[in-house]
Design a protein around this ligand. Structure first.
Ligand SMILES: [Zn+2]
Length: 898
């Protein structure tokens, strides 16, 4: 009997041992194969699967890289041969050292490249409705740890793969939404009730130099501080009609600050990817002019990598669990260098896209395995080039320089022989000392805490920053201790230049005199401008009492309380954005707060212990400088009071509204979301004092014929009850009268961007400034004459005027098809409208591309209008753009108090 039990026990034990060694297939875990029709995996299921894989496979290391905005675990799955995983720190250190290229000779770097492993980043699911992304990720992960072919073994030996889940919250939302119908034919990922990233949805791929969102912070840390992968592959959906997948290389322009090795590195990987599909008989890959993607813009998961010498790859692939068809697109059937192997119309299944994606991942990984040393050495070489360029006089080949040379060739008199003439002309521009790239930037101390926010976005992106530990002077100017120094003699120099300098987008037209070619995203963005940072460019080498901050170490602002004895209250600057956090906190405590142009004043006598503690913590945490006063200053008569604030949003979620929601939370503003139905049905003034409409909320007065793109809204009965109140749209028939009534009764409405339409609905005495007269009729300026596709422009303000208190005389704003106005002079005289900001010259471009910018001159960017007993504030530019335009926030915040 005992013997039998023993035998049974051994059998059981060995069986469970064997089971523990078996990697569960997706089917055994999820109940379906990845790529099966009508099946999507949720994040909860995926997380459980990752844990199982990590428990049984020696080729897997599961790492939590942070939390998501909704509080889920954010995972990175490191996959490699067990012998590599045992030495992970060593390989990480090699990858870091080669990427930084600091104090590393070519011989040492070559030796390290020889020893190191290629590090490849593969993500999935960033845009959660692009469901191929996370499913190819699960399938590729499974195949890499279970396949035993020679190629897989070679890949695992030679590379370390960072499988990064790019959006856990989104996968949970979208998969549950798709799977909620038991009838498979009713399953769809469309009409999602809210954004698939808590605040910003699809904009989660536009946050990567700014790193506002937790997910961006988590991933940037792995990319630019921890691992520095040599190759990064970012999966998206969908391919252009008549193709399967669009991928590298991409169309021009690329950004002029890149190392040429980066550009040819993208070419090489692109060739490996398309060749793989061609060899496997998988048609339908398109590249270059075959798709709209360029490599100009910074801010995407793929593109911010370029500014760090990382070969960023992005594919847009078709595919959905609900089967579809490859449509018939005649021009896609002609083979050319963009699409060498066209696909013909056919039925298309989810599994086809999964197979393509696995092939593309293998193409990238196989390349990385075979060219391991080159990839490692190339990132070092790019870093070294950057350090060299930042250590001597250098001239970036901007397109404006080429334009300047072309102009000189036309205007200069030819003297001497042609060669020496050309040399003279070339040198006049490209060797002009004034045109040199900066050796570094000094961000002076003694400015607002926004400077610290800016320094932190650099630090979160792996930039080397130093801090002065004593006063110093450079080029005859004195700087205080605590100033930050960002030099360009560092590996990620392209990113440094990009954060401080204007982007010089070329004039890009379909043909001379023809319509413009739309950039893939912004043409100009320069955060140092839109955040309003005070800094100096230094053109010569400079040194001082500078202490290098360890990579990734976040900086805290230094607050202060200047109070020696008993005080009655404190004053603090209106220039400081963080002041709004303080005001909102204090107002919530019921404290009296006053304001004049330069200062706030909070009544907080020393006896009130709780209030004193709050003041102390606001100073310590937010960096606010409080000045103790023995009495309320005489010129401090404006008491400010909290208002009942409503922020417009819509079914499915507006990204612009989500950004403001995030900003409001960050600055501690109390607010409620408001949707069209409530606007139409309520007496608004009973509930709210201020309503904010971001771009896209208010329809235009006369929707132009043929321009009637209407977003489809689901039927109420198809929407879960909790979301039904969010259905509906702002209409001229119902909503505008309700808003008019709200204003008449003394309410305040603020509009941003295209929601300026409200002013036209309400017959406010303003006109569109961007028009011309054609045959006696007013027409919008055509793209051949005026085109600003997302650039930084400068506005001028009257900062004595109350609505603008705390602002500088000028501010850099993000202009994106932004409305511009003319105010009628007699209306200004009657004080019905007050201009708040305007474009003061014919050259207000600060960064990007503004063709025909002279049309902006004297155009009004923002105004205030009296409507009944209420006020309408209209801001043309995107003053809350993607949580970046810190220098504009006061224009909004000031209007949120009584
Ligand atoms: Zn996408």
């Amino acid at each position: 009997m005992r013997k039998i039990i023993l035998v049974l026990l051994i059998a059981l034990l060995s069986q469970s041992f064997l089971m523990a060694q078996t990697v569960p297939s997706p089917k055994s875990h999820f109940g379906f194969n990845i790529g099966d029709n009508y099946q999507l995996a949720t994040f909860t299921q995926t997380e459980a699967y990752l844990k199982k894989l990590a428990a049984v496979s020696k080729k897997v290391k599961l790492q939590v890289i942070g939390k998501t905005e909704e509080g889920r675990n954010h995972y990175m799955v490191i996959v490699s041969d067990p012998s590599n995983l045992a030495n992970l720190e060593k390989y990480k250190s090699i990858s870091q050292k080669l990427a930084h290229a600091e104090d590393l000779s070519v011989a040492e770097a070559t030796q390290m490249a020889n020893e190191g492993k290629a590090v490849v980043w593969i993500d999935g699911g960033l845009h959660a409705t692009e469901v191929t992304g996370i499913h190819q990720w699960i399938e590729s992960l499974y195949q890499l740890i279970t396949r035993t072919d020679e190629e897989t073994k070679r890949i695992l030996k030679s590379t370390i793969i960072l499988f990064v889940h790019a959006n856990p919250d989104g996968q949970e939302l979208v998969s549950n939404w798709y799977m909620r119908n038991s009838d498979t034919l009713k399953r769809s990922t469309s009409s999602l009730p809210r954004l698939y990233q808590k605040y910003i949805g699809h904009d989660n791929n536009r946050d990567f130099y700014m790193t506002n969102m937790q997910e961006s912070k988590n991933m940037s840390r792995q990319q630019y501080i921890e691992w520095m992968p040599q190759v990064l592959y970012n999966h998206h959906q969908t391919g252009p009609p008549g193709t399967v997948v669009a991928g590298p290389p991409y169309r021009d322009p690329f950004n002029y600050v890149y190392d040429p090795l980066l550009v040819t590195g993208i070419d090489a990987l692109g060739a490996a990817m398309s060749s793989r599909l061609n060899a496997e008989g998988k048609p339908g890959y398109t590249m270059k002019a075959g798709s709209v993607y360029s490599t100009w813009w910074n801010g995407g998961l793929r593109t911010t990598a370029y500014y760090h010498n990382i070969i960023g790859l992005l594919t847009e692939i078709i595919g959905n669990p609900t089967p579809s068809n490859i449509p018939l697109v005649p021009q896609r059937l002609i083979p050319n260098s963009a699409t060498p192997y066209p696909i013909t119309p056919q039925k298309w299944y989810f599994r086809n896209s999964i197979d393509y994606s696995v092939s593309l991942n293998y193409a990238v990984l196989n390349y990385a395995a075979r060219y391991r040393e080159e990839l490692l050495l190339n990132i070092y070489t790019m870093g070294r080039h950057s350090i060299e360029a930042g250590s001597k006089d250098s001239w970036t080949l901007y397109s404006k320089r080429s334009d300047a040379v072309a102009e000189l060739l036309k205007t200069e008199k030819v003297t001497g022989n042609i060669d020496s003439f050309q040399t003279t002309v070339f040198n006049k521009v490209y060797k002009n000392p004034a045109n040199r790239d900066a050796r570094g930037y000094i961000v002076t101390a003694n400015q607002t805490t926004t400077a610290i926010d800016f320094i932190n976005i650099l630090i979160q992106s792996g930039i080397k920053v130093a801090k002065a530990n004593a006063n110093f002077s450079v080029a005859g100017k004195n700087y205080p201790a605590g100033s930050y120094i960002v030099k360009t003699n560092q590996a990620f120099r392209p990113h440094v230049i990009d954060m401080f300098e204007p982007q010089d987008h070329p004039n890009d037209f379909q043909y001379p005199g023809g319509p413009p070619v739309r950039p893939y995203d912004a043409a100009g963005w320069t955060p140092a401008f839109t955040m309003g940072i005070e800094f100096d460019r230094v053109l010569d080498d400079f040194n001082g009492p500078f202490e290098t901050i360890p990579y990734g170490l976040i900086q805290k602002p230094m607050g202060k309380i200047n109070a020696s004895a008993t005080v009655a209250g404190y004053s603090f600057s209106t220039k400081e954005n963080a002041a709004y956090y303080a005001i909102n906190t204090l107002l919530a405590m019921g404290v009296e707060v006053y304001k004049n142009k330069d200062q706030y004043y909070v009544a907080a006598n020393t006896a009130n212990k709780k209030l004193q503690e709050t003041i102390e913590s606001l100073s310590a945490e937010k960096g606010i400088i409080f000045n103790g006063l023995t009495a309320k200053p005489a010129n401090m008569n404006d008491r400010i009071m909290p208002q009942r604030i409503a922020l417009w949003d819509k079914y499915g979620g507006s990204m612009s509204s989500g950004w403001v929601r995030w900003i409001f939370e960050k600055y501690n503003f109390p607010f409620q979301l408001i949707f069209a139905k409530e606007i139409d049905a309520s007496n608004l003034k009973d509930k709210y004092d201020v309503i904010l409409f971001v771009e896209g909320a208010i329809p235009s007065l006369k929707p132009e014929a043929g321009n009637g793109y209407e977003e489809k809204e689901p039927k109420a009965e198809d929407v879960p009850e909790i979301y039904q109140a969010t259905l509906g749209k702002i209409t001229a028939e119902k909503s505008i009268p309700a808003l008019n009534k709200f204003l008449q009764e003394g309410g305040t409405i603020i509009t941003i961007g295209s929601s300026a339409n409200l002013a036209y609905h309400l017959n406010v005495p303003v006109r569109n400034a961007l028009v011309e007269m054609v045959a006696g009729k007013e027409k919008s300026l055509p793209g051949e004459k005026f085109y600003i596709p997302g650039s930084v422009m400068q506005i001028t303000l009257d900062n004595e005027y109350k609505a603008n208190w705390g602002m500088n005389k000028n501010a850099d704003v993000y202009f994106s098809a932004s409305p511009v106005f003319k105010l009628l002079p007699d209306a200004i005289a009657r004080k019905e409208v007050v201009p708040l900001a305007w474009y003061a010259s014919d050259k207000t471009l600060r960064s990007g591309w503004a063709f025909g910018q002279s049309y902006l001159q004297d155009g009004i960017a923002a105004f205030e209008a009296k409507v009944g007993n209420g006020k309408l504030f209209v801001y043309g530019p995107e003053i809350t753009f993607r949580g970046q335009t810190h220098s504009n926030y006061k224009m909004l915040f000031n209007q949120l108090y009584k």
